[in-house]
Write a new protein. Structure first.
Length: 214
């Protein structure tokens, strides 16, 4: 595996082909300030690169390679790095290849060999735009998921607080009713006690020689 102008400042593009001549052409002809070009001579090596040297923005892979076909490789890339844009190159456009491109690798672009390098570079630039779009959409989804989770958490806390307030209001009502009943009971008790309380007999007048004294 080799690279051209490897830098973390720009996006990485991985070019995969088992023909050494094709890799040399790619290194010399595919260049842009918008990306760093990495090259691999096998799909297995390329898969390791995607896994360990990512994120890879765009992968351009030949289809007919030993060990693993390009469509199968791109399918694995989709699993390892979902945001990576996948481009397939092949000199043999067979029906099965077309089907695998759509159903397995979900290929962004197809380039027929021998490669038109200008067309290949354009496909890469378009792939970079799509990659950035993929990342932005993923970040938005992640943010929405976080906001949704936070909303659910806040709603749960709100419902819990509302339940506590409801219970508190219930107990306040019960307490208020209890106080009213106690006051009423005490007042009724006072009325009953006063009603049945014997009255004091009035002092009988005493007379001394016709004078009334008390």
């Amino acid at each position: 595996m080799s690279d051209k102008n490897d830098s973390a400042a720009v996006c990485k593009v991985l070019f995969v082909d088992d023909e050494a001549k094709m890799l040399d052409i790619a290194r010399k002809s595919l260049s842009s300030p918008n990306y760093v070009l990495l090259t691999c001579a096998s799909s297995l090596e390329a898969l390791e690169t995607v896994s360990n040297r990512g994120p890879i923005a765009v992968v351009v892979s030949d289809n007919r390679m030993p060990a693993m076909a390009g469509t199968e490789f791109l399918e694995k890339v989709k699993t390892v790095s979902p945001h990576t844009v996948r481009v397939l190159t092949t000199a043999y456009l067979e029906p099965q290849v077309m089907e695998d491109m759509v159903n397995k690798g979900e290929v962004f672009r197809f380039l027929k060999k021998p490669l038109d390098l200008q067309q290949a570079n354009q496909a890469i630039l378009e792939g970079l735009k799509q990659y950035k779009k993929n990342v932005e959409e993923s970040e938005k989804r992640s943010l929405l998921n976080k906001l949704s989770a936070r909303h659910i958490k806040l709603r749960s806390k709100s419902e819990e607080l509302s339940s506590k307030v409801s219970r508190l209001e219930k107990w306040v009502k019960i307490l208020s009713l209890t106080i009213v009943l106690l006051v009423f009971s005490f007042a009724a008790y006072e009325v009953v006690v006063n009603y049945w309380k014997p009255e004091k007999p009035a002092d009988e007048p005493r007379t001394v020689n016709g004078w009334i004294t008390r």
